[in-house]
Design a protein around this ligand. Sequence first.
Ligand code: GLU
Length: 471
Amino acid sequence: MKIKTRFAPSPTGYLHVGGARTALYSWLFSRHAGGEFVLRIEDTDLERSTQEAIDAIMAGMNWLNLDWDEGPYFQTKRFDRYNAVIDDMLVQGTAYRCFCSKVRLDALREKQMANGEKPRYDGHCRDSQCSHTDDEPHVVRFRNPQEGSVIFDDNIRGPIEFSNQELDDLIIRRTDGAPTYNFCVVVDDWDMEISHVIRGEDHINNTPRQINILKALGAPVPEYAHVSMILGDDGKKLSKRHGAVGVMQYRDDGYLPQALLNYLVRLGWSHGDQEIFSLDDMKTFFTLDAINKSASAFNTEKLQWLNHHYINHMPAEEVAVHLAWHVEQLGIETRNGPELKDIVKLLGERCKTLKEMAESCRYFYEDFHQFDADAAKKHLRPVARQPLEAVRAKLATISPWTPENVHHAIQGTADELGVGMGKVGMPLRVAVTGAGQSPGMDVTVYAIGQARSLQRIDRALAYIAEREARG
Ligand code: GLU
């Protein structure tokens, strides 16, 4: 069987993590099998669909690198096709025109509710339409089987059965001529030859209706896999309240797409106790039966842990490409400073996100406005003048400028003055970085550069002199 899956978002908001995980699972399933993956935009709800949401979904898919082989298809561009199928069904008798007025339907609903019954269409027009003509306002309904049941073997949840008596005759074309959502999905899955429908569990109730329509059309019924919900760490359905839920927000917050993908694949799927999955691993090991039936809870700490892992284990050049975006957002000009891949190597260990890294790399490229008050108070004191002057003298003569030689200069100064490395290193750190925390002094001073480091030490010496003068 040719494997073909699809991701079919409704463009009513950004691509949220639940959607992204569904997209990932569909994508992986097709990639695992060497099949195809389709992107379909389900924009039939004209009031709620926006171009902005379409752009956000595409941006999210692109950022996660989930590529598609066909599409994006837009349902609003396929209305002629849906209507042709409906017309055909009217001829076949698998659908019928319903002329029931709103007044009648409202009265029916009220009566059913008063009797404690589930509101449903009673099939009034199913077999008798003689008194009406086609140009009177009407909807088209699917002639749902009245007997038996629909059973499908969900690839995640196992067999699921719905009695046909629970399903009324679904409207497939509204009075204004627009085909309805469930019907469009059916025709699309059929036309696009989808073999496996992988989607959120909120669509389980649509499935028996869709299967009945597919059968009425003589179309093959795909396999179904309904993925569970994602909950916030408080056990409630994941929502905006839990912070970033739109995929692009994770980019903005400094996550690598690789880390988010790894996080999402494990959120509800497992392969032994493996936690780290390269894309190739995911493609190799992914199967639907290893997807968890129960809901999964989002855990930001674990995502951060993975992000930290990827920052430090992916080739620095690749991480640097993503870091560049953040650095640019902050308006930091990097031309006259270390290469970003070196920043990744320098700061990777200390940073959980690229945003943090971008924020902490500024001093490599730009002079800071002032010293961090606490750090300066503690380390740029009169006693620091002598070690700073001494290390400055040594740094000034270094050639070639290498981290090893910088290290020797700092070590040499401490040895000559008979003090510990910290007595030299800490004032030097505050002098060149403006603050009390940074990676190792040798690599930091090296990356800041010789001229810039000397100039900053001078500034720190002037600061100390001023402090001395003040007494
Ligand atoms: N458009 C639906 C949604 O965004 C998905 C429908 C489907 O996958 O069949 O929830």
